[in-house]
Design a protein around this ligand. Structure first.
Ligand SMILES: [Cu+2]
Length: 330
């Protein structure tokens, strides 16, 4: 019997609906077992059964090695001149945790979409091909011509080219802007846009960290959470940086529920540049709160080799996949 989500997705043939049903049953069994193990009756959110350190509440897919998320974690070098990119929207299963394949909608086949980067004052041309059976679009935050804002639906099977001159410099989200969000942004259609100042930023080891929620059981509420598309990834595979050299993290959240999440770093404080639109920090702290679509650049230097935990300070998120490590190496 088709599930509610099968019906919502529609369009699938009988065979693929059967396959999807089996997939979803697997997800649901995993999620139910997970909840039974972690959640007291009547309570929502995670609860550890005993007394344990954060982490490893969710394991990442075994097939993903330490470099699996590099493409959406390591930004390209700041480009000079105009930038032109084509992004392709497709529906496909994406492994977001061990044993959990999300029925996702993606930019270029993965969650999140590619890191876009351009220098303030330069042209960014984005061609978006919608290869799915329903409308989508690509809306970019920040300043640009209103006609290129990306709120209009791109029909199924159609393409649209946006020509932007993003400004001011900063760190911006891009995402599909259609509703319901559970079938668009929260299904995987989001990514990062870095707009560099004309003179650049000081050299640093740069990493992008986008927090996402994954609705594994199709009830409209995220069950698993992870940075750069995979729950549990950074608990098994720490971010690696060199000790003694500056680190710049581009941190954003795309989690709608709960509405506010945090980025918290252990054993080290950092400068905060909200939205990255200024070159001087606005705060110096060890935790920054972000609501959906909000973002910050945080900068620090790890003075010595060692492992530093990072996670949202919401236990339900940290224990459902969003706890990780940054390992500073000599
Ligand atoms: Cu969409």
């Amino acid at each position: 019997m088709p599930t509610r989500r099968d019906l919502l997705w529609g369009a699938a043939g009988a065979a693929s609906a059967l396959a999807a049903g089996a997939l979803l049953r697997g997800v649901r069994e995993m999620t139910d077992a997970y909840r039974a193990a972690r959640t007291p009756p009547g309570a929502r959110g995670a609860r550890l059964p005993g007394h344990a350190a954060y982490g490893h509440g969710v394991e990442p897919p075994d097939a993903l090695g330490p470099d699996a998320l590099d493409a959406v974690t390591l930004p390209p070098p700041p480009p000079r001149g105009p930038v032109a990119r084509t992004l392709t929207i497709t529906e496909r299963p994406v492994a977001v945790a061990a044993g959990v394949d999300l029925r996702a909608v993606t930019f270029d086949g993965r969650i999140p979409g590619p890191i876009l980067r351009v220098t303030e004052g330069e042209r960014l041309t984005l061609t978006v091909r919608n290869l799915t059976g329903v409308p989508h679009n690509l809306h970019t935050h920040g300043g640009h011509a209103a006609s290129e804002d990306g709120w209009e639906p791109i029909p199924a099977g159609a393409s649209r080219t946006y020509v932007l001159e993003p400004r001011p410099f900063g760190f911006y989200p891009y995402h599909c802007d259609l509703v319901p969000g559970a079938r668009h942004l929260a299904a995987g259609l989001y990514g990062a846009l870095i707009v560099d100042p004309p003179g650049g930023r000081p050299p640093a080891q740069e990493r992008v960290l986008l927090l996402g929620g994954f609705d594994a059981d199709g009830d409209g509420v995220p069950d698993l959470f992870g940075w750069n598309g995979v729950a549990g990834f950074h608990a098994r595979h720490p971010l690696r940086v060199r000790a003694g050299a500056p680190v710049r993290l581009y941190v954003a959240t795309f989690v709608a529920d709960p509405p506010v999440t945090t980025f918290h770093l252990h054993a080290r404080t950092f400068d905060v540049f909200p939205s990255g639109t200024r070159l001087a920090p606005d705060a110096h702290t060890d935790a920054v709160a972000l609501t959906i679509g909000e973002r910050a650049i945080v900068e620090t230097t790890f003075p010595a080799p060692g492992r530093h935990m990072f996670h949202p300070h919401q236990p339900a998120l940290a224990e459902h996949g969003a706890m990780g490590w940054i390992t500073a190496v000599p």
